[in-house]
Design a protein around this ligand. Structure first.
Ligand code: EPZ
Length: 422
């Protein structure tokens, strides 16, 4: 398994291009199942999760080809041959469950393995099931698989979700596009990736309104046609790299970044003493007057502080003056980066869903281990600011969600390299 070697090397300066959003692409790709006509995505990120989704769609009989070095994904689900999403693929990537809604809508049946737990939590699918059952699906759990079917097709309904689940919103909205009649989804998730999905579905002929708000209304149509859609910028990659000049000093411009994608995150950085300025090319980030101070964080569904930036924010809080309390309200086990940061000299106390971080003068480089996707990049950020060398192992986690990390950080002056395993 490869590792990443980072050496603390002072302030950064320059530009980092931000890729298309992994979490938008992972819901846009299954949308191809809703139509017989081709769906093409541009600005797609080059990530292992995208390869996993590609393999899943191909296992269903879809044609999926990566063009232009993976930045364009051309798909066609003209003749699907299976409606079974196998455990071996789904267990590797939870987002595989996003084929459930489209398969039900197109074929009236789907067999999708439960993803099983992952490092950050149990991650059940009850909210997906409840929403699809509201549309008339009959779903039963057998041998670890959800067996879903509809007799006579899905029917529109009014449904309120108990929690604003991102994935459940995506599955229900995609299914509702081909249901008979109108669906009103209440307490829907409001993430930019949902907005991006709806914009793509609308290009395919779907009748949808309210995306980005808590209530989304979908008028079912008989069929959807093909489209070409540009994947929205990745707000989590954006937020991650905004923290690089915050933790190291200097000034970095994140190309493609837009303030609307990271409002609450940028507000939190501003409160900590970091300026975020929107330019015509992206977002420029730098410390205001050299000193960064601690701030408290509570993770919430969008537009609140993103849970996917909690680990990265913790790395910054380890290095600033004062005490920061980070409350993780979305996942039940998303502090596994804390003990690794403690190995670097951080002062962190975790009690249940709350971590209390007391800033230290300087972190010390150490050998640390990535435990999940966002933890891995939090350790790299810590290594950028630490004294000496930090080696982050198990970087396959990193490859799931960040393309060309070494090249992007080297490009702004970081001392970082990838060590190939024998
Ligand atoms: C999406 O996961 C993202 N993944 C996650 O990003 C992100 O952390 C999460 O949304 C929250 O923003 C993709 O978009 C591919 P949820 P998702 O359904 O849809 C519970 C990353 O690092 N829940 O909003 O799975 C669940 O257990 C990944 O890129 C139920 O209880 O998130 C969790 O505690 C990590 N029942 C909470 O809701 C359900 O049926 C949020 O889950 C579904 C979810």
């Amino acid at each position: 398994m490869d590792s990443i070697l980072v050496t603390g090397n002072g302030p950064l300066s320059g530009q980092i291009p931000i890729a298309g959003a992994k979490n938008a692409c992972l819901t846009l790709m299954p949308a191809t199942l809703l139509s017989e006509e081709p769906l093409t995505l541009t600005n797609a990120p080059r990530l292992s999760d995208i390869k996993t989704m590609t393999a899943l769609l191909q296992s269903l009989g879809a044609e999926v080809s990566a063009l232009q070095d993976g930045q364009v994904i051309a798909m066609s689900s003209h003749n699907l041959t299976s409606h079974v999403a196998d455990y071996d693929i789904v267990r590797k990537m939870r987002a595989s469950n996003l084929v459930l809604g489209p398969l039900l809508a197109r074929f009236g049946q789907a067999v999708v393995s439960l993803p099983g737990g992952c490092a950050i939590g149990a991650r059940p699918m009850d909210l997906h099931v409840e929403g699809l059952e509201a549309l008339g699906a009959e779903i039963e759990l057998k041998d670890g698989y959800l067996h879903a079917k509809t007799s006579g097709g899905l029917k529109g309904a009014v449904h309120e979700m108990r929690f604003a689940s991102v994935g459940a919103t995506e599955n229900i909205v995609m299914a509702a596009t081909l249901a008979k009649g109108t669906t009103v989804l209440k307490n829907a998730a409001r993430e930019p990736e949902i907005v991006d999905l709806v914009e793509c579905l609308r290009k395919m002929g779907a009748q949808i309104s309210g995306e980005g708000s808590s209530t989304i209304e979908i008028q079912g149509v008989d069929r959807l046609h093909g489209a070409t859609h540009q994947v929205v910028t990745d707000r989590i990659e954006l937020g991650t790299y905004m923290l690089a000049p915050a933790i190291c000093g200097g000034e970095v411009e994140l190309l493609g970044g837009r303030m609307r994608l990271v409002e609450s995150f940028a507000a939190k950085l501003d409160a900590a003493g970091i300026s975020v300025t929107e330019t015509d090319k992206g977002l420029k980030v730098a410390r205001k007057n050299g000193r960064v101070t601690s701030v408290d964080v509570v993770t919430e569904p969008f537009p609140g502080f993103p849970t996917d930036l909690q680990a990265q924010m913790m790395a910054l809080m380890c290095t600033v003056e004062g005490v920061s309390v980070l409350e993780e309200r979305i996942f039940e086990n998303r502090f596994m980066h804390a003990p690794e940061l403690v190995r670097m000299g951080a002062n962190i106390e975790v009690h249940g869903g709350t971590a209390t971080v007391t800033g230290v003068e300087r972190l010390k480089g150490a050998r640390v281990m990535a435990t999940d996707l966002r933890a891995s990049v939090s350790l790299i950020l810590a290594g950028l600011a630490a004294e000496g060398e930090t080696t982050v192992s198990r970087v396959y986690h990193l490859d799931r969600g960040y393309e060309h990390v070494v090249r992007k950080l080297e490009g702004v002056g970081a001392k970082i390299e990838r060590i190939k395993s024998e």
